[in-house]
Design a protein around this ligand. Structure first.
Ligand code: BES
Ligand code: MN
Ligand code: ZN
Length: 492
């Protein structure tokens, strides 16, 4: 999608569809206040008809006397309900309408600064349009996604152009994450993800290190080794380094769970919806998408992405319930359920990240627990942290990006719930109680004192039955976390 900007007063602007926003109970099209109603007499009636209802869209054909072939009115809802997501959401609807009409291009008029800063307007318009037009059709014989170009009508300035450029990179990061997360498990194994990481590292000047099966075992990654040993698709630890900060500045470490398929292993999952466990790699895909965008944005910081990737399969060589393994930290873990595999591979990756990089902060993403869906549903991710300052920062990014999160507690009582009779810890808590927190407690044991935040994306990483429909989250992987963390990294 090509994106251009043009000054809004250029009324002779030729376009297939001129799109403007309308607030509820208003008789004006924002940014089009001076429109000559004599030219398009029906527009007054149309404004009335949509009533500015949130997400509602109306396309009006125009006469030959106007430069635009159509006018699209898009309802924003009530002014008092306006959020950081309104323009993104409604722009997505507009873009999908333009696609439906098979247009080659369309134009959106930025609303006045009294409603929203043009800088955030244009960012949201770009994100909304780009992400809403993504479609996973790699395996369709007939590809039908036509993506129209976009002109944003806004007063030109350096700042606006920069905001658009940033929003394009951020959206492309999220789209990249979606596109690899959507891949089927027969076509995306740990080695495939490692290849993707290698490709983006070459394109964007990052260091990429892949640690393979034998080396993992030799170096003491007992967790990744154990979970990975049941599959003929060998485990990989993928490490991407982006160094654009000063040499002695400590990096931010991002860790993402990438189980390319989670059958549960010997503790086999029931068949229902097991196909969705191809999305158990979403945490890792999020980290890869973030690293891609960070390097394209050329942020003046140091960031490391660490992605432990395995396939969790049952078989003659699988790890078993009852096994006791030694993690990278040196601590031992009793396996009580081979389906609680994410925390095991993450523990190795977290310890490695802390030991090798002495990071400023560690952020991990994982489709870790079904319990998180029970607790928070499918629109809000769960977070658990050992550091209030870091949590506060991530919360602020969450407010700005509308990638929603909710904090769960972690104190000593929860830590006690993962203590084992026969090893330092066990990989499940007590029954189903506080399943998301006991998983986090296991992770907490992998790091010493580095500020850390764990983001459980089990409910939000892909669209599920209870997921709220959003145009920019079409069916499949959502890329949750990419926009959130890129906002955080840009505001350090
Ligand atoms: N990948 C799953 C968690 C999951 C399940 C995410 C469904 C999204 C939808 C994870 O590996 C897992 O199986 N967790 C178990 C842990 C349990 C055995 C302690 C779970 O949540 O049931
Ligand atoms: Mn599992
Ligand atoms: Zn899993």
């Amino acid at each position: 999608m090509k994106i251009r900007i043009e000054n809004p007063n250029n009324s002779k602007k030729k376009t297939a569809m001129l799109c403007g926003f309308v607030l509820e109970d208003s008789d004006k099209v924002l940014g089009l206040e001076n429109i000559d109603f004599k030219i398009i007499p029906s527009i007054k009636q149309s404004i009335n008809d949509i009533g500015g209802v949130f997400g509602k869209i109306l396309v009006i054909p125009t006469t030959d006397r106007t430069a635009s072939q159509r006018i699209l009115l898009a309802g924003l809802g009530k002014k008092e309900n306006f959020t950081n997501d309104t323009i993104r959401f409604v722009s997505g609807k507009i873009a999908q309408k333009a696609r439906e009409l098979k247009l080659k291009e369309f134009s959106i008029i930025v609303p006045p600064s009294s409603l929203i800063e043009p800088i955030s307007s244009v960012s949201q318009i770009v994100e909304g349009c780009k992400m809403s037009l993504y479609k996973f059709e790699k395996y369709k014989s007939k590809k039908e996604n036509n993506i129209p170009d976009l002109t944003i009508l806004v007063s030109k300035s350096e700042k606006i152009s920069k905001a658009i450029k940033i929003a394009e990179i951020v959206s492309d990061g999220a789209i990249y994450t979606k596109s690899i997360a959507n891949l089927p498990p027969n076509e995306c194994i740990p080695a495939t993800l490692a290849n993707f990481a290698r490709i983006i590292s070459k394109k964007n000047n990052m260091k990429c290190n892949i640690i393979s099966k034998n080396e993992l075992k030799k170096k003491g990654f007992g967790g990744i080794t154990a979970v990975g040993q049941g599959s003929k698709n060998e485990p990989k630890l993928i490490i991407l380094e982006y160094n654009h900060g000063s040499r002695n500045e400590k990096p931010i470490v991002l860790v993402g769970k990438a189980v390319t398929f989670d059958t549960g292993g010997i503790s086999l999952k029931p068949g229902e919806k097991m196909d969705e466990m191809k999305f158990d790699k979403c945490g890792g895909c999020t980290v890869i998408g973030i690293m891609k965008a960070v390097s394209e944005l050329k942020l003046p910081i140091n960031v490391v992405g660490i992605i432990p990737s395995v396939e969790n399969m049952p078989g003659g060589e699988s790890y078993r319930p009852g096994d006791i393994i030694k993690l990278y930290s040196g601590k031992t873990a009793e396996i009580q359920n081979t389906d609680a595999e994410g925390r095991i591979i993450l523990a190795d990756a977290l310890s490695y990240g802390e030991k090798h990089y002495s990071p400023k902060a560690i952020i991990d993403f994982a489709t870790l627990t079904g319990a998180c869906i029970i607790a928070l549903g499918t629109n809000i991710a769960g977070i658990v942290s050992n550091n209030d300052k870091l949590t506060q920062k991530i919360m602020e990014s969450s407010k700005r990006t509308t990638e929603e999160i909710w904090e769960l507690p972690l104190n000593g009582d929860y830590m006690d719930m993962v203590k084992s009779d026969v090893a330092d810890m066990k990989n499940v808590g007590i029954g189903r109680a506080a399943g998301t927190i006991t998983a986090a407690a296991f992770l907490r044991n992998a790091i010493e004192n580095t500020p850390w935040i764990h983001i459980d994306i089990a409910g939000v990483a892909w669209t599920q039955v209870a997921t709220k429909e959003k145009p920019y989250n079409p069916k499949g992987a959502t890329g949750f976390g990419v926009r959130l963390i890129l906002d955080y990294l840009q505001n350090i």
